[in-house]
Design a binder for this molecule. Structure first.
Ligand SMILES: [Zn+2]
Ligand SMILES: [Zn+2]
Length: 327
């Protein structure tokens, strides 16, 4: 049986800049490029990558903490960039002219056929979905391996004001999940931020609180999430300990029947630990009850044997990418 590895890590997280790396074989993509071009180059060097190795950049939305490096990076390297048209249209003119040669527009709106809004980049297949945020447009991403389109590998849900059915449906089933855990509600309430900013962060189109993030995690774990990385933590209104504790509490109190779950928080300005996800490149077909050729017997036995090995979850929060880098 053929196998390959999808590798992924956060390069940077939070209001000073966001970027996530996903690579497989010779295909390497970034989701957002929200630090300076110099910082992006240095962060990539820490995982032995160069800007020239990047096959494509996918943008969640046009806020500066997600697009900062684009103008300079693109003027030096003609890397294809994918974003929603409304996000592009809201960039400043210098960004727009720099992106002119490399821009590709994506749309999250056609859900009737997964292949219609899938972008294939080398070995990876990237799908976007709409998210609620106060930018001109905002999307999250789901990344699969081309040879295994039925299984979701990496899900990204950041800059989301609240959990929506679309987010839940889209990232449900992803093995690795980057999910926003932006602020602690009490820290935000007591912070020195102007009331208007506090309301913006808390709004349905602002940022996801620790509490809302934590509440959603048992469902994602129950549906196959094995590695969860809390993302876009606020430097002012959160700490990694508070965010991790809230999520851990929620996961353990759900008393799920699942295996070991890794829970970490993305460091603010250094790469998180690289996650390597094993992918079968010639997977068995997913059981389809409408297909008369499906081998129901074999699939049934596999399901039973899988259930036998279930354990009460353990959460590894001792890993070193949990304990450093976040302020
Ligand atoms: Zn934003
Ligand atoms: Zn942001």
């Amino acid at each position: 049986m053929g196998e390959t590895i999808i590798s992924t890590c956060s390069l940077s997280s939070g209001s000073s800049g966001n970027s996530i790396f996903v690579g497989c074989g010779g295909t390497n993509i970034l989701i957002d490029a929200g630090r300076s071009a110099k910082a992006m180059t240095e962060l990539l060097a820490e995982i032995n990558m160069k800007i020239a190795d990047i096959s494509a950049i996918f943008i969640t939305h046009e806020h500066i903490d997600h697009v900062s490096a684009l103008k300079v990076l693109i003027s030096r390297h003609k890397i294809p960039v994918y974003m929603v048209w409304e996000s592009f249209d809201n960039l400043s003119d210098d960004y727009k002219s720099a992106l002119g040669e490399v821009i590709n527009f994506i749309s999250p709106y056609d859900k009737s056929d997964i292949n219609k809004n899938n972008i294939n980049i080398g070995e990876l297949s990237v799908e976007c979905y709409a998210t609620p945020h106060d930018s001109a447009a905002s999307v999250g991403y789901v990344i699969r391996h081309n040879a295994d389109n039925s299984r979701k590998a990496v899900g990204i849900a950041t800059d989301i004001g609240h959990m929506t059915k679309e987010i839940i449906d889209s990232v449900c089933g992803c093995k690795v999940l980057y999910i926003e855990s932006n602020h602690d509600l009490e820290m935000l309430r007591d912070s020195s931020y102007p009331e208007q900013i506090k309301q913006r962060i808390k709004s349905k189109h602002g940022h996801l609180s620790n509490a809302e993030c934590a509440q959603s995690l048992p469902y994602f774990i129950q549906n196959g999430a094995e590695k969860i990385i809390l993302y876009h933590l606020s430097g002012e209104n959160n700490t990694k300990e508070i965010a991790l504790n809230e999520s851990k509490k929620s996961i353990l109190s759900a008393r799920l029947h699942a295996g070991t779950v890794y829970l970490g928080a993305a460091p603010k300005s250094s790469p998180s630990k690289m996650i390597n996800l094993k992918i079968e490149t010639d997977p068995k077909p997913v059981f389809n009850p409408l297909d008369p050729n499906s081998d129901r017997k074999v699939l049934h036995i596999q399901n039973i044997s899988k259930k036998k090995s279930l354990e009460i979850p353990e959460i590894d929060i001792k890993n070193n990418n949990v304990s450093e880098g976040i302020v």
